[in-house]
Design a protein around this ligand. Structure first.
Ligand SMILES: NC(=O)c1ccc[n+]([C@@H]2O[C@H](COP(=O)([O-])OP(=O)(O)OC[C@H]3O[C@@H](n4cnc5c(N)ncnc54)[C@H](OP(=O)(O)O)[C@@H]3O)[C@@H](O)[C@H]2O)c1
Ligand SMILES: *[C@@H]1O[C@H](CO)[C@@H](O)[C@H](O)[C@H]1NC(C)=O
Length: 323
């Protein structure tokens, strides 16, 4: 007995450590095993970021500027982009930071013009990294209650605009024989997301498109990194925090995104528990994962309607209404 215990105890310790790591993780194991940004993959490179006027996009711009990147920052609101630009510091700021106002729903001609301008800002290099970060998200409703307007707006920004921009930009990258798309998807692009059916559908669409694009173009120097964050804390917008929700900070999310991109990871998940565990379950044990989400679905929609915590384990038991 003692001998057996002696033999298995290192394994138990290891298992305990792994379990502890998993419970306290803020991303998938591959991602968190890459501890640092590869600075040489950022310095003097040109990053074009959409949705850089606030939220995660704004923080990404700040961190990349500090790491010595040249930047093109896009969103619709030009005055917000001016505000962001003023705050950027680093080797190439402010001359190496260009503002490119852009509405992803403005149609092919206007997106083509935007790509031409983006490519002309730094004629020696062109765009090295395209960070597709802009997105449209509505407050949670059931799948059947989504308005036609909301359905179209979500797909126009998250899917159609993003894909069209990619189709116009990719040929420039192919001519150079290199280019990297970093796509801000979501945990909702990997698992069911009760209350966010259309948003989830739009992110699943992005995952499908960009994993396929990589499979077609990786041998021609095109890289794709798909980032799937769970709940992230941002000052405004979709990441505004409800009390009790545990969210990864937008600073850490941006840092992990840059780590994932510079290590050329194909997909990276950024989240605390329990969302991270759900992602693992749906990916590796789908019947268990879907069973679990079926238990959660109705309760999550109700919690959202009452502005309660929509990321809690308690949803399994229907007790996450706001107090
Ligand atoms: N926050 C989270 O918890 C979370 C979780 C998972 C995934 N994500 C994803 O991470 C990304 C950033 O999220 P976030 O919370 O930082 O977003 P956010 O604060 O809502 O900001 C969205 C950004 O997209 C831009 N945008 C919206 N519509 C646009 C359009 N038609 N054309 C061009 N730009 C447009 C906005 O700028 P303008 O209004 O000036 O155009 C803004 O800069 C999104 O892809 C989101 O889906 C976020
Ligand atoms: C852009 O942002 C500014 C400052 O936050 C705001 O006052 C203005 O209404 C916004 N413009 C548009 C077109 O949304």
């Amino acid at each position: 007995m003692v001998v057996v215990l002696f033999i298995i105890s290192p394994f138990l310790v290891l298992l305990g450590l792994l379990l502890f790591k998993f419970i306290t993780a803020e991303g998938d194991f591959t991602l968190i095993s890459k501890r640092h940004v590869k600075r040489e993959e950022v310095e003097d490179k040109v990053f074009w970021i959409t949705g850089a006027s606030r939220g995660i996009g704004e923080i990404l711009a700040k961190q990349l500027a500090n790491l010595g990147a040249k930047l093109i920052i896009s969103a619709r609101n030009e005055s917000e982009l001016e505000r962001v630009k003023k705050q950027l510091t680093g080797k190439h700021a402010p001359e190496g930071v260009k503002i490119l106002p852009l509405d992803l729903t403005s149609g092919e001609d206007s997106l083509r013009e935007a790509v031409q301008r983006a490519e002309s800002f730094f004629p020696d290099t062109g765009v090295d990294y395209m960070i597709h970060n802009a997105a449209f998200e509505r407050p949670k409703t059931t799948a059947l209650e989504v308005s036609d307007e909301s359905l179209k707006a979500t797909f126009n920004v998250n899917v159609l605009g993003t894909i069209t921009l990619t189709q116009i930009l990719a040929p420039y990258m192919l001519k150079r024989g290199k280019g990297h798309f970093v796509v801000m998807s979501s945990a909702a692009g990997k698992t069911p997301a009760p209350g966010q059916a259309i948003y989830s559908a739009s992110k699943h669409a992005l995952n499908g498109y960009f994993h396929t694009l990589r499979s077609e173009l990786c041998q021609k120097g095109i890289r794709v990194t798909i980032v799937c964050p769970g709940p992230i804390e941002t000052p405004t917008g979709s990441g505004s925090k409800v009390s009790g929700e545990k969210r990864v900070s937008s600073e850490r999310c941006a840092e992990l995104t840059i780590i994932a991109a510079t290590h050329a990871l194909k997909e990276a998940w950024i989240s605390y528990q329990p969302v991270l565990a759900v992602m693992y379950l749906v990916q590796y044990m789908p019947s268990v994962g879907f069973w679990l989400m079926d238990k959660v679905g109705k309760n999550r929609v109700e919690a959202a309607a009452q502005k309660g915590n929509t990321y809690s384990v308690g949803l399994l038991f229907g007790k996450n209404k706001a107090h």
